[in-house]
Design a protein around this ligand. Structure first.
Ligand SMILES: [Fe+2]
Ligand SMILES: [Fe+2]
Length: 215
């Protein structure tokens, strides 16, 4: 504990505000790894296809906004330092996902969801509440969320035009990372959530996907 840093309440508030702004302001998150789309060729999508792909990538981007908020909320209330340690690499990879999705959305001449601040607030609250209950619940929540995200990614990979190799490369790498995040959270002691809780989470994620595809 001796080398753990201690922050005052005001410091913590500032750190949280900084993280929220870095998530919500355009082009403010710097990725740790270059986008997997970078090495893929651009394709000419027709207007309808481009709109659809932008909608899908907007949903994925909001999912990543939620991931940022969840990790931030959790880090505020998690008790065990090893929980933060275990999830730190995951949190860094979420920054990559966020930046990659945003970049792709812009390439498709679209913009991230206007509802992002709302979903950030919601997810932050859920993350903080889960962390208050216990670290195991909090990690279980991460694992269940990542499972949900993988389902979305599979669905979206099925819907992407075959020739859109850039969007595809991003979602494929994200899928690899999210699988690993779920496994890490469970290995760190995360609870396996019962089906009704998972069902509630999938309803919530349906609301998110339906709204952010358009707005
Ligand atoms: Fe992610
Ligand atoms: Fe993740």
């Amino acid at each position: 504990m001796a080398n753990e840093r201690h922050y005052s309440a005001a410091d913590r508030l500032l750190l949280q505000a900084d993280a929220a702004l870095r998530t919500l302001l355009p082009f403010s998150g710097k990725p740790y790894r270059p986008s997997p789309a970078q090495s893929e060729p651009e394709t000419q999508l027709d207007a309808g296809q481009a709109r659809h792909v932008a909608g899908l990538m907007r949903v994925n981007h909001t999912g990543e906004v939620c991931a940022q908020a969840l990790y931030q909320g959790q880090s505020l209330t998690a008790r065990l330092p090893q929980v933060r340690g275990a999830m730190e690499q995951a949190a860094n990879e979420e920054v990559d996902h966020l930046a990659w999705c945003e970049q792709r959305i812009r390439e498709l001449d679209s913009r991230p969801s206007l509802l992002n601040p709302l979903f950030y607030g919601l997810s932050f609250g859920i993350g903080a509440a889960a962390g208050l209950i216990s670290d195991r619940v909090s990690l279980g929540f991460v694992a269940a969320t990542e499972d949900q995200v993988c389902k979305h990614l599979d669905d979206h990979l099925g819907q992407l035009p075959e020739e859109d190799r850039k969007s595809r490369a991003i979602l494929e790498q994200m899928r690899i990372d999210e699988r690993q995040h779920a496994a890490t959270a469970l290995e760190a002691g995360g609870l396996h959530f019962p089906a009704p809780v998972k069902f509630g989470m999938s309803l919530l994620s349906k609301v998110m996907t339906k709204t952010t595809y358009r707005i």
